[in-house]
Ligand binder design. Structure first.
Ligand SMILES: [Zn+2]
Length: 286
């Protein structure tokens, strides 16, 4: 594993949100002891691994190593993963109940990108018009098709989309993608004006509130290309041409595609190196 990471090497690149070229170092090394630096972009405040892990490495990593490293076991416990996914599904439904989607959910076709074995959309199934999902994890898809009888396919993006209004779900995926701006634009190209995009990513600013035992190093993860806050997810969504209907520091968000290719964005005053240091301080105080 470590050998693989060294073989592929790292690359310098501009900020994946704003194209900025200067960064401030905030954290060295991640929780598995890989030698990766986390930096905050001086221009937009997005925290990212920089230099970045190469795309080829990420592909091999997800195909062969991610689940085992993450779950610390060789055989993947799909039923355990499905239980976690169902809990997420319930939480997502509760979140959506407070949005304009609530009154429309029954008429929406739900499509999850990166659905793993499908526990989230299984939870959505009784509440919406249809559910389907895709993921590159062959074993997870097999489990969901056979055990949960769901409409799932091995693919990065859905190969077929139902007509009529749709709700796309992207749960804990965007922080792993090599180019999150390109990913959001690509999803937008699948959407019509009646569609919604629900996103959840782990919220960096929650670390200061006690998540991950206040430990930035345990929060930072080799596989996170980017580490979002409410502010930086809002900015990224605007750059990709989405209107943000709601977003919080969890980070959970509901978006709609706008007619514009890109919308104006601004940096949140919460996304500063000082705030990250506040997170570290909260930890030392305990
Ligand atoms: Zn930036």
């Amino acid at each position: 594993m470590r050998k693989l990471y060294q073989e592929f090497g790292l690359e310098d690149r501009p900020c994946v949100l704003c194209g900025g070229k200067t960064f401030t170092l905030i954290c060295e090394g991640d929780r598995y002891g890989f030698d990766l630096d986390k930096q905050i972009c001086d221009q937009c405040g997005l925290v990212q691994t920089s230099p970045a892990v190469k795309k080829d490495f990420l592909n091999v990593f997800y195909r062969d190593h991610y689940r085992r490293l993450y779950t610390k076991r060789n055989d993947v416990d799909h039923s355990g993963l499905v239980r976690e996914q169902r809990e997420k599904g319930k939480r997502f439904l509760e979140y959506l109940q407070k949005t304009e989607v609530a009154s429309k959910l029954q008429d929406l076709a739900v499509i999850e990108l990166g659905c793993s074995s499908g526990g989230i959309i299984e939870t959505f199934k009784p509440h919406c018009r249809s559910v389907q999902g895709c993921d590159l994890d062959v074993e997870a898809i097999r489990y969901g098709r056979e055990q949960l009888k769901l409409d799932l396919e091995v693919s990065e993006f859905p190969t077929q989309l139902p007509a009529g209004p749709r709700l796309f779900i992207l749960s804990h995926v965007l922080e792993h993608t090599h180019d999150p701006l390109a990913s959001l634009k690509q999803i937008k190209s699948l959407m019509t004006a009646d569609d919604y995009l629900f996103i959840e990513v782990p919220g960096l600013n929650l670390v200061g509130e006690g998540a991950y035992s206040y430990d930035l190093k345990s929060y930072f993860h080799l596989a996170h290309v980017t580490d979002f806050s409410e502010g930086t997810l809002r900015a990224l969504a605007a750059r990709a041409g989405y209107d943000v209907l709601s977003c919080n520091e969890t980070v959970t968000a509901l978006l709609r595609p706008s007619a514009q290719e890109e919308l104006p964005w601004q940096r949140s005053d919460k996304d500063t190196p000082e705030n990250i240091l506040r997170i570290e301080k909260a930890r030392t105080k305990r």
